[in-house]
Design a protein around this ligand. Structure first.
Ligand code: FAD
Length: 470
């Protein structure tokens, strides 16, 4: 451990916010220690979030393709089967390789790694109950809180991680449930629902709100929901869960319309509670140094990521803004740049969001609804994947690209993509938005043929003039 040597920077939490901040600080020549209680680096994202979910989405997609589309491509098997333990093993291997990779990066960059639970003694001293037993005090001129977020429980529903699971339990089920009910139609619920639906579960998604994924452009959302329904996922929108009975072999959920009305009962083998995440500051001793959280538990910060206490900063899921790994990383870099006397900047309006289902849905900037509400005159350019030769050649042509541009200046305001690999395609749009590009700028950029990215170019052509292939 770092003992009582004073650090320039101490980071509490080794998730994507914290570990990236620690490495960047060390790269800027600051003496840095990172404290993590989990026993592994990478935080929620790497251990129980982004990475394991993407591993299972990929594995389950391969199974689904093998079963339902390979024959069409002339690839034939006698039998396709699932070895769930092997699938989970592959996911676990991905996690352990990546967490060890971050430990390697810490060594390479000379970041001191303290394994244990950190708690403020003062604004510059953290007491750590170490995982090996005992405690130590880590001192720092600057402290960065990067303690992330945790599962949001629902009142009256006890998560046992076996039959009533959070996303963490849903990433490690040992059997494929016959019936899976997902409470909450956010991206985590839809991704995990997709995994198990592809593996054979009957999946029903119950959502209080009238729509799935509220941050999504309405038109894209409609197509997306239809696509998931084609994959046999059922949706019960404007519906709330009022009681859960686990007293028998099968879980019984009592449902009611969100606005009240007649109740119904839904049976499930496993229930996934995915109704959001709460900022995590439990046991951190914020009260000792006088930091107060807002109504929903987040730590307020200014544009330099500084809290109300001098020398104490906060980044990632524990502060306001999109609760996403890449946003946490951007926060981490910018925060450390400020500490080092440089200038940092994160624009939360240009943080891409991706739902990693099949097809994927990716977005950056504003939705059409938001642009309308702001009263900005706009034009929309759309291009369906059906007109894209690469998508057709691989028989994977569901979805569209939609570009919203300011009417007067043609400046791009928002881009929404639904197709396989949308999560990769969106970055051209993120770059365009960052540079204040017009749809004509994208349309006049030569795109390689045949690629899915040509659909972005064609949607841009449609926004300022006309597309060719439709
Ligand atoms: P975290 O990753 O939560 O890390 C905080 C760390 O701090 C934890 O490891 C915790 O153990 C540690 N800690 C907390 N308190 C203390 C303490 N007092 N002392 C020491 N250590 C402490 N985001 C995406 O961008 N893309 C995705 O595809 C995606 N998929 C997801 C799928 C799931 C199932 C889930 C649950 C989340 C997903 N997310 C995804 C969200 C993403 O995981 C978070 O936004 C991201 O991890 C936030 O990073 P962070 O560093 O702020 O916090």
């Amino acid at each position: 451990a770092s003992g009582s040597d004073e650090n320039d920077v101490v980071v509490i939490g080794g998730g994507p916010g914290g570990y990236v901040a620690a490495i960047k600080a060390a790269q800027l020549g600051l003496k840095t220690t990172c404290i993590e209680k989990r026993g592994a680096l990478g935080g929620t994202c790497l251990n129980v979030g982004c990475i394991p979910s993407k591993a299972l989405l990929h594995s389950s997609h391969m199974y689904h393709e093998a079963k339902s589309t390979f024959a069409k491509h002339g690839v034939k098997f006698d039998n396709v089967d699932i070895d769930l333990a092997a699938m989970m093993g592959q996911k676990d291997k991905a996690i352990s390789t990546l967490t060890k990779g971050i430990e390697g990066l810490f060594k390479k960059n000379k970041v001191t790694y303290v394994k244990g639970h950190g708690k403020f003694l003062s604004p510059s001293e953290i007491s750590v109950d170490t995982l090996e037993g005992g405690s130590t005090v880590v001192k720092g001129k600057n402290i960065i809180i990067a303690t992330g977020s945790d599962i949001k429980p629902l009142p009256g529903i006890t998560i046992d991680e076996k039959r009533i699971v959070s996303s963490t339990g849903a990433l490690s089920l040992t059997e494929i449930p016959k019936k899976l009910t997902v409470i909450g139609a956010g991206y985590i619920g839809l991704e995990m629902g997709s995994v198990w639906a592809r593996l054979g579960s009957e999946v029903t998604v119950v959502e209080f709100a009238p729509d799935i994924v509220p941050s999504m452009d309405g038109e894209v959302r409609k197509q997306f929901q239809r696509s998931l329904e084609k994959q046999k996922m059922k949706f019960m929108l404007k519906t709330k869960v009022v009681a859960v009975d686990t007293s028998t072999d099968i879980v019984k959920l009592t449902l009611e319309p969100s606005s009240g009305g007649e109740q119904s009962v839904l049976e499930a083998d496993v229930v996934l509670v995915s109704a959001g995440r709460n900022p995590f500051t439990s046991g951190l001793g914020l009260e000792t140094i006088g930091i107060e959280t807002d109504k929903i538990g987040r730590i307020p910060v200014d544009e330099r990521f500084s809290t109300s206490v001098n020398g104490v900063f906060a980044i990632g899921d524990v502060i306001p803004g999109p609760m996403l790994a890449h946003k946490a990383e951007e926060d981490g870099v910018a925060c450390v740049e400020f500490i080092a006397g440089l200038h940092g900047h994160v624009d939360y309006d240009k943080v891409p969001g991706v739902v990693y289902t099949h097809p994927e849905v990716a977005m950056v900037g504003k939705t059409e609804e938001q642009v309308k509400e702001l009263g900005i005159p706009y034009r929309v350019g759309k291009f369906p994947m059906l007109g894209n030769s690469r998508a057709k050649s691989i028989d994977d042509a569901e979805g569209l690209v939609k570009i919203i541009a300011e009417k007067e200046t043609d400046k791009i305001l928002g881009v929404h993509i639904m197709c396989s690999n949308a999560g990769e395609l969106i970055h051209e749009a993120a770059l365009a938005l960052t540079y204040g590009a017009s749809s004509e700028d994208i349309a006049r950029t030569c795109h390689a043929h045949p690629t899915l990215s040509e659909a972005v170019k064609e949607a841009a052509m449609a926004a300022y003039d006309k597309a060719i292939h439709i």
